[in-house]
Design a protein around this ligand. Structure first.
Ligand SMILES: [Fe+2]
Length: 299
């Protein structure tokens, strides 16, 4: 069975087919209500002009804008660019985010190892924080009615791994100490690379840690800290997105997987073969509809 046929058959595929690299996401018409508690999560977009990741990201955005009610928030957990912060990558992203912004969806991001701060801010000057939470870093707090999200900056330019320096750690410690509302801390890199796991697990308000980087949907509660790895928007390994709903006293992260294609070591231009291996399709079957449910309050 061809990849497209399989995905269609199992109902996991986004049916959006976009012509070429022209980004033509149309806003849904009419009065689509917002759900301020609904959060759309993406990671590892790896945008590059003319590459298949553009179509994949466009499909994710189209899905977001077609939701009714519409999520108020979109959070992107890093690697927005493919070629290490090339300005051309961010210029494509700029165009693709326009309908999101025009639709009234608020979006925010964490930098990944494929990103670079200077070219990003050149293309998105409105993102420059006049009073940065942490000087030299892009650290933001996104407020929603039931829980907030702190997006940290783990980018060490030129390195694949991430890190949190003492200044950012001190800011986070002080910020969490003043919090009473549940908060999901997150960044592009896994918590092991931040040195924050113990602090987050000990905090009475931290409900979990959200990150990307691995391009695979994974979830675990380890050492008292729930950890969620997001899929890639459409590069390698798990392709998809996550929708977060607050139900009762729990946060329900639901995976929407649309494809799975491992990095075959054929370079950055590699495309999924038209005839996928059954074990890749099994991953899509197995993960379809998976959810990670996290209590908002500890104890
Ligand atoms: Fe990535």
């Amino acid at each position: 069975m061809r990849r497209r046929d399989f995905l269609k058959a199992c109902g996991a595929a986004s049916t959006a087919v976009l012509a070429g690299q022209t980004v033509g996401i149309s806003q849904t018409s009419g009065d689509v209500p917002f759900d301020d508690e609904l959060v759309f999560l993406l990671s590892d977009v790896h945008i590059r002009p003319g590459f298949r990741t553009v179509d994949a990201f466009a499909s994710r955005i189209e899905t977001l804008l077609a939701m009714n009610p519409r999520p108020r928030h979109l959070l992107i957990y890093g690697d927005l660019s493919q070629f290490w912060g090339k300005k051309e990558d961010y210029l494509v992203l700029r165009e693709m985010m326009r309908p999101v912004e025009e639709a009234g969806v608020r979006w925010d991001l964490a930098f990944g190892n494929h990103d670079r701060r200077a070219p990003f801010f050149e293309v998105f000057p409105e993102r420059v924080q006049s009073t940065p939470n942490v000087p030299g870093k892009y650290v933001s707090i996104v407020e929603t009615p039931r829980a907030d999200f702190i997006l940290l900056d783990t980018l060490v330019e030129g390195e694949g791994d991430g890190a949190i320096d003492e200044q950012q750690r001190a800011w986070l410690e002080k910020t969490l100490a003043g919090y009473s509302k549940p908060v999901f801390v997150g960044a592009h890199h896994p918590v092991e690379q931040t040195g924050l796991a113990e602090m987050l697990a000990a905090s009475p308000v931290v409900a979990g840690y959200i990150f990307g980087h691995h391009h695979n949907w994974l979830h675990v509660v380890a050492d008292g800290l729930p950890r969620l790895t997001l899929p890639s928007a459409g590069y390698f390994w798990d392709f998809g997105y996550v929708v977060l709903r607050f139900i009762g006293d729990e946060a329900v992260f639901e995976l929407k997987i649309v494809d799975h294609f491992p990095d075959l070591g054929e370079g950055k231009d590699a495309n999924p073969p038209e005839e996928p291996l059954p074990k890749w399709l099994d991953v899509v079957h197995r993960k379809t509809g998976e959810a990670f449910i996290v209590p908002l309050h500890k104890g």
